[in-house]
Ligand binder design. Structure first.
Ligand code: HEC
Length: 116
């Protein structure tokens, strides 16, 4: 009986260890894989570039890698405000607000060193 318990305990410990390892490596590979071209630009095309695109706004441009990288803190701040805040983006909800999954992608991109 004691032996069986021991084996079960060992098995559980090994299971939770391998689970944790899998979670960790997932988190790492996700943040390493987020790139401007593949993940960030497509979000901006849908939600932001109708106002911050090349044709529309030279001053408040957000259509280049460099401009998004430079403004990432302000961007993360604004998309997480209450939509009633006048600084909330997308401005006056004229485009659909970002989902929490999209905001996590932006955060992961920043944390991963903002790969182009
Ligand atoms: C309907 C038009 C519109 C949309 C869509 C829009 N914005 Fe804006 N944005 C504005 C206007 C107008 C301003 C200037 C007013 C202000 O600063 O609050 C602005 C200002 C900003 C600024 C500060 C100025 C700058 O460029 O440094 C940031 C950052 C920003 N928007 C990010 C975003 C992001 C990110 C999205 C998409 C999630 C977005 N905006 C979608 C109209 C828009």
């Amino acid at each position: 009986m004691e032996k069986i318990l021991f084996v079960v305990t060992l098995g559980l410990a090994a299971f939770s260890l391998s689970n944790t390892a899998a979670l960790l490596s997932n988190a790492n590979s996700e943040s390493a894989l987020v790139t401007y071209q593949q993940h960030i630009l497509p979000i901006f095309e849908v939600h932001c570039l109708s106002c911050h695109g090349e044709r529309v706004s030279k001053k408040r441009q957000l259509y280049t890698y460099g401009s998004v990288k430079e403004k990432i803190d302000d961007i993360l701040f604004r998309v997480q405000l209450d939509p009633s805040n006048r600084k909330f983006m997308p401005y006056k909800m004229r485009q659909a607000p970002l989902t929490s999954a999209q905001i996590s992608v932006l955060q992961a991109w920043k944390d991963g060193g903002m790969v182009e």
